[in-house]
Design a protein around this ligand. Structure first.
Ligand code: DX5
Ligand code: ZN
Length: 223
């Protein structure tokens, strides 16, 4: 039986942040597109979050290395200014932080106009109420389950309740509910049971090869 069911109602999005940056091409080549639904790319600017990663140049290079749709998580101030560059670089989903844009509705419309799926991310302390009036403009909600900026942090337990409330809020829509931070083989099922359907995992997948084995086990947990 194929490890990826045609009708699976969940997606895995391995986060490249925990991959080997000295050998990204080899790490990306290891990812089986049948197991990785998205490739999560964390863009950090040193302002919105206390860390710096990479920009559109690297996203473009990565887009040439894989057919896995790129799930671009912008942890940057002024996302409207940079979104066109990431769209041109090959992003499939562009997610902006609600805390980083002054006009969320405008940012989401811009992302869709650029031909990408529009996502919004909320920091752990940000209430769901800030997005309830933009649901028609959303393709994805990314709930941060750690404070953004670094891989390898521990899942914040109170986020379980937020996931449940968010799942109830989007019931009956086509919006994907993604969780990011501290997602591991050990807790992925409980996150699914709470209502999450897209699972970002960095250290949980890249800490040790073979990465496909871990993704296969995660899929079995969710199956
Ligand atoms: C953190 C990033 C995450 C990060 C998750 O700010 O948004 O995508 O890679 O890392 P893990 O899965 O190790 O918590
Ligand atoms: Zn992320």
């Amino acid at each position: 039986m194929s490890p990826k069911k045609a009708n699976a109602d969940f997606k895995l999005s391995p986060s490249l942040l925990s991959a080997d940056f000295g050998n990204l091409e080899a790490d990306i080549a290891q990812l089986d597109p049948k197991l990785a639904d998205y490739l999560h790319l964390d863009i950090m600017d040193g302002h919105f979050v206390p860390n710096i990663t990479f920009g559109p140049v690297l996203v473009k290079a990565i887009s040439k290395l894989t057919d896995i749709p790129l799930d671009v998580h912008l942890m940057i101030d002024d996302p409207d200014f940079y979104a066109p560059e990431f769209a041109k670089a090959g992003a499939h989903i562009i997610t902006v932080h609600a805390e980083a844009t002054k006009h969320l509705h405008r940012s989401l419309q811009l992302v869709r106009q650029l031909g990408c799926k529009a996502g919004v991310s909320l920091n752990p302390a940000t209430s769901l109420s800030g997005i309830e009036h933009v649901l028609p403009d959303l393709d994805l909600i990314l709930l941060m389950t750690v404070n953004p900026g670094f891989g390898g942090q521990k899942f914040i337990p109170q986020m379980m309740q937020k996931i449940k409330e968010c799942a109830a809020m989007i019931k009956g829509t086509n919006i994907e509910l993604e969780v990011d931070g501290g997602v591991k083989l050990e807790n992925i099922r409980s996150l699914y049971d709470a209502g999450a359907r897209v699972f970002v995992s960095g250290s949980g997948i890249f800490e040790k090869p073979p990465y496909n084995d871990t993704m296969r086990k995660m899929r079995e947990e969710l199956g």
